[in-house]
Design a protein around this ligand. Structure first.
Ligand code: SF4
Length: 331
């Protein structure tokens, strides 16, 4: 157990309020917050999952998905357990909704050592929600940076502003879930407010963190073209160059809604492309829709098949090799 960073007393003896995410759980002694990983032990809040990993693997960075950061790179990817949201369509519910029976205990320095041994330039915190492992990620990413190893997060972005700012300053990139534009869907089905996620996206961007966004399209929940138009418009207000991944949903956990149709994904991608330069369709093999083409001349820049990517149209200065326009992909 590791003492939590963000909490305060709550007015009654030994009762605490966690201040890491907007749920602001009030936690009595011997109880845990909604995420299951923050426990009040005798008036002190602890992180229960510090250094506890449920999975560790080498993945293509494209799998996060991150398409505009170090394309083709393989990255050490780790997950822990716990989550601060209540999505009934969770794609990783075995580790997000329940405490696993077994975990690997890996401290920050050991994880950095593993990354070095496996010749990975980075560590991705993914699979479950990394925010609920805040202290572990902060410690690891800061120590890793000293060894020249970058960190990335795949996150729901549901976190208070100050901790988000701290994380943003210590990680190289993030894929943030923007689960649609429907406020009611966010409140009823997800358990938070959309504005919190928008604030996190803005905070990460202000800190200079590379960001890409993912929207998992669930039929009947967040698949309206009008909502996608509003979402893409908002993103374009930050930058037209922010990549948006429009992903196919499959039923999982408690959700029985059928998978997203290819036609719906294609239509939503077309809408998003009215405002954004880099829109990708993922979790489905639709030829060409996960490739990067030059938004100025249409030249094929990066070809992707499954999780493999080949850079075919970008020169050594990071420009389209046909029209010479600069392409915002970090190598
Ligand atoms: S991090 Fe966990 S305990 Fe803290 S407010 Fe969020 S859900 Fe509650």
């Amino acid at each position: 157990m590791k003492p939590a960073v963000y909490f305060d007393e709550y007015g009654e003896e030994k009762v605490l309020q966690c201040l890491l995410c907007p749920l602001h759980c009030i936690i009595k002694p011997d109880q845990v917050g909604f995420c299951g990983v923050r426990k009040n032990v005798d008036g002190m809040l602890y992180s229960l999952n510090y250094g506890q990993l449920t999975s560790i693997a080498i993945d293509p960075i494209e799998k996060k998905p991150l398409y505009h950061l170090f394309p083709g790179e393989k990255i050490l990817s780790v997950g822990s357990w716990g989550c601060n949201l209540r999505c009934n369509f969770c794609q990783n519910w075995e580790i997000s909704k329940q405490r696993p029976k077994t975990v690997m205990r890996v401290m920050p320095q050991q994880l950095i050592q593993i990354a070095l041994e496996r010749e990975s330039r980075g560590i991705a915190f993914t699979y479950n929600e990394p925010i609920v492992s805040f202290e572990f990620i902060l410690d690891t990413s800061r120590a890793a940076a000293k060894e020249g190893i970058y960190s990335i997060l795949v996150t729901n972005g549901v976190i208070d502003e100050e901790p988000m700012d701290l994380l943003s300053q210590s990680v190289r990139g993030m894929n943030i879930d923007l689960k649609g534009w429907n406020d009611e869907f966010y409140v009823k089905d997800i358990g938070t407010e959309k504005r919190v996620v928008l604030r996190s996206i803005e905070t990460a961007r202000k800190a200079g963190t590379h960001i890409e966004l993912t929207t998992l399209i669930i039929p009947g929940k967040n698949d309206s073209p009008e909502e996608m138009r509003e979402e893409a418009k908002w993103i374009s207000g930050l930058s037209k160059d922010i990549p948006l991944h429009i992903n196919r949903y499959f039923p999982n956990y408690k959700s029985t809604i059928p998978p997203t149709s290819p036609d719906s994904l294609i239509q939503l991608a077309e809408v998003a492309k009215e405002y954004l330069r880099y829109v990708y369709v993922g979790n489905i093999d639709l030829p060409g829709l996960s490739d990067t083409t030059c938004p100025y001349c249409g030249n094929l820049l990066v070809e992707r098949r499954g999780m493999r990517s080949s850079v075919v149209g970008i020169d050594e200065k990071g420009r389209c090799n046909n029209c010479q326009k600069e392409i915002p992909i970090v190598f």
